[in-house]
Design a protein around this ligand. Sequence first.
Ligand SMILES: Nc1ncnc2c1ncn2[C@@H]1O[C@H](COP(=O)(O)OP(=O)(O)OP(=O)(O)O)[C@@H](O)[C@H]1O
Length: 901
Amino acid sequence: MQEMIEKAIQEHTQNGQFSRLSVAELSSQLSLPKSRVTQVLQQLLKAGTVVRAGQKPVLFLDRSVLEETYGTAIEGDTIRNLDQWLAAQTDQEQDFDRLIGHDGSLSSLVEQCKATVAYPPNGLPLILTGETGTGKSMIAGLAYEYARNHDLVKPESRFVAVNCSEYANNPELLTANLFGYVKGAFTGADQDTPGLLELADGGVLFLDEVHNLKGECQEKLFHFMDQSIYHRMGDNKTWYTSSVRLIFATTEDPEKVLLKTLQRRIPMKLTVPNLAARGNYEKLQIILSMFAREEERLKVHIQLSSSVIQLLLSYPFPENIGGLKSAIQSSCVNALFQTDEEKVMRIGLKDIPDSVIQYSALETLMKPRELTWHGIEELRHDLVNVRTPFSFFESVLETLETTQDFESDFRAIQKTVLHHFKRSLRKADLTPFETAFLTIVQDRCRQYHLELPEKDRQLYTTAFVELLSLPQGIDLLLQSRAKQVEEVMNRLRTEAFKYFSLVTEIRQEVRERLETDLNPLQCLIMTVLAARAGQSQPAPRRMGVILAHGESSASSMAMCVNQWLETHVFDAIDMPLFVSQEEISRQLNDWLRKMEGIEELFLLVDLGSLEQIYRNLNIRNVNIGIINSLSLKLALSVGQDIRNQTPMEKVFERAKALSSIEYHIERNREKPRMIICSCASGLGVAEKLRGVIVDSLPEDSDIRVMTYDYNTLQQEGMTSPVFEENQVISIVGTLKPEEITVPFVALEDLILQENTNRFDDSLRPYMEAEEMRVFKKNIVKNFSLSNIMNSLTILNPAKLLEHVADAIDRLQNRLGVSLGNNTCFGLYVHVSCLIERLVMNRGIEVYGNADAFRLEQQDFIQAVDDSFADVQKFYGIRIPVEETGYMYDYIKNDPNYKKRV
Ligand SMILES: Nc1ncnc2c1ncn2[C@@H]1O[C@H](COP(=O)(O)OP(=O)(O)OP(=O)(O)O)[C@@H](O)[C@H]1O
């Protein structure tokens, strides 16, 4: 029989079926009398084969199975609290350990909570206040678990929660439920019913949203709190007792919503901070634990994009953790169908609820950043390692950001930083990578004449190496504070320029040579450390300061020169654009104070009168030379001389010699592609022509069109600067200028659409086929005689054209030739413009060799004169021989005319 019992115990212990290990259970399973089972169990207990778990009912478990399963030795023969013992063995987090922030922002709240619950004999009433969703209910529940795990309440006791807001419209019902009632107490009370106070007897009663508790009920409650006795509703005679721990919670101010008498009976008031006050580290912990829970529920591996993490960290959830939780659950639902075969579910911005997305400033969302995915598990793992460095960085950042007295806070931070790294002083050998990093740091420091202090060398080594190997997770947290970091970095650049630029150089070199990017926080701490090392060293005897307007003009130039010369010769002072003279002087005086011991200062300023600058300086034991001009070349020369110990006077003489300026204009090498419109008829027609061509060119064509005076072109030929400055594609006009080798297209060809091929050919190399098609279509549409004639300003084009056409007909008769259509159209335009010019007294007075023309072409001159007699009379003009010369040039190339000659 003993064997049978032993076997059963062994089996059930192995299978974790602990509830089957009570005397009653064993006796019914094995059909043995209870007394017999008890007897055997007592023997086994004595022999150490079983241990008993002090629960109700008492359980008997197999010792060796338990010890083997959990790898631990059990002392004595009793496990007082089996749940607690099992949780401890499986490393499960217990009660308050599950509350994120229990060891951070909520640590003192948790300690107070524990003390309140443990207060003998029955704990103290406690009220939790705080915004909605901050975790009040959770804390109340954990307080009960804590009490159970620590035997402050009986294991069989209960945690009973009631939300008073659910009874807001029926306060009597709440009173009845709290205190219980007797049959007939109110309609529907058909039997005696115990209240929640009774149900929670020995455990915890949690009254949530307690501000909904009406005054009468509050009174009953404080009476109970005073004496631990109460009446059920409907029975004012019988007293009931209950020993219950009371926890209240409200989102309101208890002083405003609870009766004074009740308030007085709740000695402990704890306020749960809202989500915003929890800090990014804890926020990230909460986010990740919630996603981890979803992973478990949905049986997937969740990956988050960096933007999602940033957004969830920055959104001010009005419902605090509760709101964050629903947003996380919704995004998981949204992303559920995107789970791949590997069961990976990626959650990106598109899956986040709209209300959260809308909050985010567009610029934040659209900031270019690499799309990186992070698995929940690895992030949680990282987070553990990041905790200490991050909270350390956070405190450093906060101090520097809010400081009123930079210098003293900076010194305080230096101490904190050194102290921080002292704790992890390293003894281990450096890896080759770490050695390379340290070599870079030391080389650069040497260039800045900065020796790491001998006694702290080990410490600096530790610090730098530790900074180098910060866990990745810190980058995520850092991004959420990017703005703050940037502000602090700017501040450092101004206040600790030398060390800031040293670290900037180190960062650059580490990036180039070790392919590792130091993040701004690493740089910040390195700057702090470098400055600390620098303070123990005497100031240099001579130095320069570049003082310039603009956000970082001075610092960029100084950094550039220092780097070039591999010596820190210049400090920099960046000035806002509109800064007063007093402010400049103040900054310079501060600088002089900091550099105590300096003998010579070379000041390079970009603007401002020399006199004004030095008038307000506190000059003691220092020579200050000022140059009110600034260029990189000049700064380099001065820097070099500072380094080479060149006497001050000479430094400035050289600088002055450099200051005379030279200039050179480098013309645009990419010549514009150009069509030239040039008409012997005058600039009016040329201008009109230009307009028509411009309108015909495709919209995005890079071909430009210009007008150019015909006579000038005629005189200058191909030497004209227009060919030097442009890539001339073709010339369009009424008459072809002589000696021009660029393709010429006659206006009449365009009007008659006859020889446009030439024009097309000249353009083809510069246009795509489609552009060419559009262009040709437009040319047909836009070129018409009347369109061109519209360039006439005073005469009526239709009338004039009639006169001119008649006169040209007469001229053809006189000359005995029938001119080609093109020549006629060209002549119509040319002669019409000519007549208008003459009417306006703007006739052409030059024509090649006019005398020779007069002698050789007397017949032609006469023929024109006769044919145009009516026109000349009508318009009161006289066509001069020079103009006739141009008409001749027009006609002489006509094939029919040539044949006749
Ligand atoms: N510190 C925490 N660690 C982990 N989860 C938390 C924490 N605080 C709150 N939560 C979770 O946030 C959600 C909201 O918390 P809870 O309901 O306790 O807030 P509450 O303050 O009682 O809200 P209400 O005032 O609206 O009743 C719950 O799911 C809870 O589990």
